[in-house]
Design a protein around this ligand. Structure first.
Ligand code: MEV
Length: 357
């Protein structure tokens, strides 16, 4: 048995535009999805999902991806739990050259589903890590990120960038522009998250922006302007000392860029009344800036505030279900627990391809 976990993330800026080759800066946060994998003697997959926003469930099925069990829970939850886990299993089987491997899989997540905090990326990254290790193969984090991206890409019908999966695999703050993914140094940014209790459909929201962009030049210009915001923000971060607390000047400049970014995302049609209300509550409480995070449509906003004011104000905002401080998590995917068989295997060194000798 292997237990791996991977962090969720917030976008400092750049979501949606990153799908069209503009840069984005997501940051991993200390909220994790944990996946436990036990190899089976047959080719069945049994998925137990717990704490995924709604009541948990267990399903068992054999074989091919694309199969959806008939269970009495909302389709979105089944798709999220089974679709992403399926895709992770396919990647693990491929990486370990074990096409018939079966697993018992338990998913436990502190990250609300479809709410802009990268729950699916975290489940896929932790799932591939645990399943490959269970088959005796250890992948380097970069390869894990690449395989997790391919899994998300399949489930989301090609509507995915590398941002969420790379950030979850590597941890910390990252910069993603097309296939160019790298970690960047940032000071500890004082993120506060507000959650409206809802979720957005990433595929639908990305498709909506794609249509707007094809239809109107000014929508295409808006996407490019988001890229300009990211480039401005990352040069500010590059000038900051990652070892020190962020200065007031840095926070207010980043906050202003976050406000700009939210305005442009709103113009692209991916915000919502509840997200806008939480953004305004955060700004009125004195946050340096606030914006939606992730695909939008509902879910979470992220604000920058080193004081408790924004969190308190959000907790008194009718549209806000939960508000919490989100510390930057500098660690990406990690093993939480190795079973007896796996710990024996883990004594071997991984080779250049990440495989154990
Ligand atoms: C979703 O968390 C972020 C989007 O930019 C889609 C993606 O990058 O895959 C909306």
């Amino acid at each position: 048995m292997i237990v791996s976990s991977a962090p969720g993330k917030v976008y400092l800026f750049g979501e949606h535009a990153v799908v069209y080759g503009e840069p984005a800066v997501p940051c991993a946060i200390e909220r994790r999805a944990t996946v436990t994998v036990d190899a089976r003697t047959d080719d069945h997959i049994r998925v137990e999902a717990r704490d995924l926003s709604l009541d948990g469930f267990t399903v068992e099925y054999a074989g091919d991806t694309g199969y959806r069990p008939d269970v009495d829970v909302p389709e979105g939850l089944v798709d999220a739990a089974v679709g992403y886990v399926d895709a992770a299993v396919e990647q693990a089987r491929d990486a370990a050259d074990a096409p018939d491997a079966g697993f018992d899989i338990t998913v436990e997540s502190e990250i609300p589903l479809g709410a802009g905090l990268g729950s699916s990326a975290a489940v896929v990254v932790a799932g591939i890590d645990a399943a490959t290790r269970e088959l005796g193969v250890e992948l380097a984090p970069e390869e894990l990120a690449d395989r997790a991206y391919r899994a998300e890409y399949d489930v989301q019908d090609g509507q995915a960038s590398r941002a969420d999966t790379f950030c979850s695999a590597m941890g910390g703050a990252v910069r993603v522009e097309g296939d160019d993914c790298r970690q960047i140094d940032t000071p500890n940014l004082p993120f506060v998250v507000g959650f409206d209790g809802g979720a957005g459909d990433t595929g639908e929201l990305v498709a909506g922006v794609r249509t707007l962009r094809e239809e109107y030049d000014f929508a295409a210009d808006t996407v490019e302007s988001i890229g300009d915001i990211v480039r401005t923000g990352e040069s500010m971060l590059a000038d900051a000392d990652p070892e020190s607390e962020p200065t007031d000047e840095l926070l207010s400049e980043l906050g202003r860029l976050m406000n700009f970014d939210h305005g442009l995302l709103e113009a692209l049609g991916v915000s919502s009344r509840t997200l806008d209300n939480m953004v305004w509550a955060a700004r009125e409480a004195g946050a340096h800036g606030a914006k939606l995070t992730g695909a939008g449509g509902g879910g979470c906003i992220v604000a920058l505030d080193e004081t408790p004011e924004t969190r308190t104000a959000l907790r008194y905002t009718a549209e806000c279900r939960d508000a919490f401080r989100a510390e930057l998590d500098r660690e990406g995917v990690r093993v939480e627990e190795l079973g007896p068989d796996a710990s024996a295997r883990s004594d071997a060194e991984p080779n250049a391809e990440g495989e154990r000798r």
